[in-house]
Design a binder for this molecule. Structure first.
Ligand SMILES: [Zn+2]
Length: 253
């Protein structure tokens, strides 16, 4: 049995049985871990109220070799994700950002960049960053860190520059030039290409200082979504819920 402690981001919390919960969390050095937190549901438990997605906490746990689940012995909250618990929309956004971390992080592999991406995004949201911009920033970077969505510079097939616009292959796999994309490809505007390039080199705060146009944000959302679905072969559960809810909120306004 090996003891560990690390600063972690909570990715998900699910009820196990009685008072116990399964907590999935992300660490810088050991990547993703899943563990049982006993008594976590009890009202006055030491875990109570601390386990929201993207909360930052110091976690202590024990690991047994060849065991999937670790045993969590303590969780000490260091930052509650207040901006991600304010209302329904922000709770769903938190779940969506966290699920991307959970799906793309590997167990036992260092995840310094992914940790930093999620951590600084939560900090920026606490400072009032635009939710839409934060969502596009994270989904683009998660794909980039996974090595499946480089910043667009030239067509991977003919090396023509993509600056003036591009085409998303019908398979959803890559951004090509409009000629290589063919008739079935989706046209991508120069504005969306510029935004993807800015996301690659600017921080979320820098982006917010010179906010991109809504239309480019919408395009990037659909491009990143298609690239991710092509790679995972399914949609993220939290994204489906988020989109549905946003659509019905819009209708009722
Ligand atoms: Zn080309």
């Amino acid at each position: 049995m090996k003891f560990h402690q690390a600063e972690a981001l909570i990715l998900s919390v699910t009820d196990l049985q009685e008072a116990d919960r399964i907590v999935e969390f992300l660490t810088r050095d050991l990547g993703k871990r899943r563990g049982v937190a006993r008594g976590a549901k009890r009202r006055y438990s030491r875990f109570a109220g601390e386990l929201q997605p993207l909360a930052r906490a110091r976690i202590e746990w024990f690991e047994k070799e060849r065991r999937d689940l670790v045993r969590i012995s303590a969780v000490e909250l260091s930052r509650a994700p207040k901006a991600l618990t304010a209302d329904l929309e922000s709770i769903l956004l938190g779940a969506y950002l966290a699920e991307q971390g959970a799906v793309f992080a590997q167990e036992g592999e260092p995840a310094e960049l992914l940790f930093r991406l999620l951590d600084t995004t939560v900090e920026e949201l606490e400072r009032g960053a635009d939710r839409d911009l934060a969502a596009r920033y994270v989904e683009t970077w998660v794909l980039r860190l996974a090595g499946i969505f480089p910043a667009p510079s030239e067509c991977p097939e003919c090396a023509r520059p993509l600056r003036g616009g591009a085409a998303l292959a019908a398979s959803g796999e890559a951004l090509l030039c409009q000629t290589c994309g063919g008739a079935a490809a989706t046209q991508v505007s120069a504005g969306a290409i510029e935004l993807l390039r800015r996301i690659a080199r600017e921080s979320l705060r820098q982006l917010a200082e010179r906010p991109p146009e809504r239309i480019a944000l919408g395009e990037v959302a659909s491009i990143a979504g298609r690239v991710r679905r092509h790679f995972l072969q399914h949609e993220l559960k939290s994204y489906v819920v988020l989109e549905r809810t946003l659509a019905s909120l819009k209708e009722s306004r």
